[in-house]
Design a protein around this ligand. Structure first.
Ligand code: CTP
Length: 413
């Protein structure tokens, strides 16, 4: 494995940089999906060690995980390939977090009842770091009261769970039981490293999120816009939906797929976005303004294409500030803004908190590597109304979304 190549995108301020992640893989058809997670963790600079149960090896070969992780895979307690009967104890020194994905009904049941009859279950008993489980199984198994009781018991004991998703299962049946997507698993690992486990605390709340750029037409083929891709807003919408919220996503033009379960309302111009956001406010508990609405639009829109050679002077007029309008006209109980700055980002952003009457302002320096437009990571500082602030490390946009929701969930009345 070419270590230099896999580490190419790693960034020293990344929350995952040089962090030690243990991954437990148990025997389910979703086991192959976590290969992508190992690659994503390594790309961000994490060290990964995988333990597989015997059943897992029926679905994916240990060689795959050894190659992707760059480390030997733990398989058996005794007489296994590692030839080290104390692997479960050594894992205690290595692991800063253990993610079990996919987690079968079997491993959930074993952990809930303190059984330790193979390397993975024994390792779990010996670990003191956060343990996160991502169940994946047939819908009827998942809904079985025994499994649900075991999950409830483990959650009470402080184990984190990335709950399965609804959709088409391997058996062909529809229902809840699919392994959560890689973005959610990765975010759960990143947040666990910060001491925060996945939460499901937004049931019954309506969260409105705006995302992406707007396009302000100049003529039938041209427009004025900006470099926003919508990733941060889409990650927020997806994470809020996971936590049980009704999510309305007012989206400017983006290439991104609609997050499942989210009410996506596409718009093009700033004026359309403003109208759609204000229309969604009456039932909203919170508005998170992650969009980058264009601040200017052509003062005159030509109804036919402007031809080469015509003299062209662009006269721009200012558009409305949507977030300001929401704060003044239809403020929900929680209002969150973003500030994309270059230079001394926090100092430039701080006055916007009061000016726009915000509870939380998320600041990022778009000139910094790994932050800003078109990348999957972001490094932000969270400013609060009470004057306090938290500078977060470089994280995936999904993990930043989870951190922002952790800020706003307690503020929602
Ligand atoms: N925003 C908005 N409508 C606009 C511009 C911005 O709703 N026309 C929102 C963004 O979604 C973001 C916040 O306002 O949440 C901050 O945007 P930003 O452009 O950084 O702030 P401005 O107040 O426009 O300040 P600047 O002078 O730096 O442009």
């Amino acid at each position: 494995m070419n270590r230099a190549a896999t580490m190419m995108n790693a960034h020293e301020t990344d929350i995952l940089h040089d962090r030690r992640i243990a991954l437990g893989v148990t025997g389910g058809i979703a086991a192959f999906k976590v290969a992508g997670l190992v690659t994503a963790l390594r790309k961000r600079g994490a060290q990964v060690r995988v333990i597989m149960t015997e059943a897992a090896t029926w679905f994916v070969t240990p060689t795959s995980f050894a190659t992707l992780s760059g480390n030997e895979v733990g398989l058996e307690m005794f007489g296994g390939t590692l030839r080290d009967e104390l692997q479960h104890v050594h894992m205690q020194d290595f692991a800063e977090v253990l993610l079990i994905a996919p987690a079968t009904a079997d491993i959930i049941g074993k952990i809930a009842h303190g059984l330790a009859d193979d390397l993975l279950s024994t390792t779990v008993m010996a670990l003191t770091c956060p343990v996160v489980l991502a169940p994946a199984m047939n819908v009827h198994m998942w809904q079985n009261p025994i499994v649900q009781r075991n999950v409830a018991m483990l959650r009470e004991l402080g184990y984190g769970f990335v709950m399965p998703e609804a959709g088409r299962l391997a058996s062909g049946a529809e229902g809840e039981g699919r392994l959560a997507g890689t973005d959610f698993l990765l975010a759960a690992v990143e947040r666990a490293l910060q001491g925060a486990l996945p939460r499901y605390d937004l049931q019954g709340k309506t969260i409105v999120v705006s995302a992406g750029p707007t396009r302000e037409p100049l003529d039938p083929v041209r427009f004025v816009s900006n470099r926003s891709t919508g990733r941060m807003g889409y990650a927020l919408a997806a994470e809020a939906e996971r936590r049980g919220a009704e999510v309305i996503l007012i989206s400017g033009p983006t290439e991104l797929p609609a997050p499942p379960g989210v009410d996506v309302r596409p718009v093009t111009t700033n004026a359309e976005m403003k109208q759609a956001v204000l229309a969604a406010m009456p039932n909203a508990s919170a508005f998170v303004s992650a969009a980058a609405p264009a601040d200017y639009r052509p003062a005159q829109v030509h109804d036919r294409k402007i031809k080469k050679g015509e003299k062209l002077v662009l006269d721009l007029e200012q558009t409305d500030d949507i977030l300001l309008a929401v704060g003044e006209q239809a403020r929900p109980s929680v209002l969150v803004g973003f500030a994309a700055e270059t230079g001394d980002a926090v100092a430039q952003a701080r006055p916007k908190l009061a000016r726009k009457n915000l509870d939380v302002l998320v600041v990022n320096d778009v000139a910094e590597a790994g932050s800003g437009f078109g990348v999957d990571t972001n490094r932000v500082t969270i400013l609060r109304r009470d004057g306090s602030e938290s500078a977060l490390p470089l994280m995936s946009k999904h993990a930043v979304a989870a951190a922002i929701l952790d800020e706003i969930a307690p503020l929602i009345s």
